[in-house]
Design a protein around this ligand. Structure first.
Ligand SMILES: *[C@@H]1O[C@H](CO)[C@@H](O)[C@H](O)[C@H]1NC(C)=O
Ligand SMILES: *[C@@H]1O[C@H](CO)[C@@H](O)[C@H](O)[C@H]1NC(C)=O
Length: 219
């Protein structure tokens, strides 16, 4: 599979590396950043950050059994960590309406099953997206289109042998469509699904992009 991808890209004139492993250090660094947030600042700036640990620019809402997007976080946060919660749905426009300055969003380990076309609408400054692929979930193919500045997308799947239909299986690959002409640099789809079927059309979406790395570990 890897050599197939490389050959395809070379023949299309791309300068892209495909690796088989993820750089865990990066994710670790990201979390560390969050825990360095000063919660004492938050108390004077925003009284309403009830469930999370907030600072002026950061909200750490990880592992708090949260079931929906908290709407009482400081409006100018650039980092929102929702890692390990029970969020099942993100209504269209909600994120962008409340937190339009987000640069880093961690939605890993949630129960998100379906997204609309405008789930990320308004997040024009987002640089890093970390999200979990849930088995049987349906992602809108243009889900990623509003992310005008996106650089890094990390998708963690549940893995395993897939028995659902083709639309569910290919949902995250089809979401490449929304990245046409985007600023994306690095994509990691980890343990997403088996079999993992990359088609030529999935690559054509990156024709005008500067994509440098595509990591597909544990698939
Ligand atoms: C958020 O940012 C805007 C524009 O930069 C600024 O006017 C506003 O005061 C900020 N709000 C808070 C709560 O910091
Ligand atoms: C991407 O850019 C090309 C060249 O500028 C343009 O023709 C095409 O319509 C754009 N596609 C999208 C989806 O924006």
């Amino acid at each position: 599979m890897e050599s197939f991808i490389l050959i395809l890209f070379l023949s299309m004139g791309f300068n892209l590396t495909v690796h088989g492993e993820v750089n865990k250090q990066e994710i670790g660094g990201f979390n560390q950043n969050i825990y360095n947030g000063r919660s004492d600042v938050a108390k004077t700036i925003d009284q309403s950050c009830q469930k999370c640990k907030c600072s002026l620019l950061t909200a750490d809402c990880s592992s708090r059994k949260i079931e929906s997007l908290p709407l009482d976080l400081p409006q100018n946060i650039t980092t929102l960590n929702l890692y390990d919660n029970y969020i099942t749905a993100l209504p269209d426009f909600l994120l962008g309406r409340y937190y339009k300055n987000l640069q880093t969003l961690d939605m890993r380990e949630n129960k998100l099953s379906t997204t609309g076309q405008y789930t990320f609408q308004g997040l024009g400054k987002l640089l890093n997206l970390h999200i979990t692929w849930k088995r049987g979930s349906i992602m809108h193919p243009l889900l990623l289109k509003p992310l005008k500045e996106i650089q890094i997308i990390d998708v963690n799947g549940e893995g395993g042998n897939f028995k659902g239909n083709e639309i569910e299986r290919d949902a995250w690959l089809n979401a490449f469509e929304g990245l046409q002409n985007s600023t994306i640099e690095k994509i990691t789809y980890k343990q997403v699904i088996f079999p993992f079927i990359l088609k030529e059309k999935h690559f054509t979406y990156f024709k005008n992009c500067q994509l440098k790395e595509l990591h597909l570990p544990h698939n």
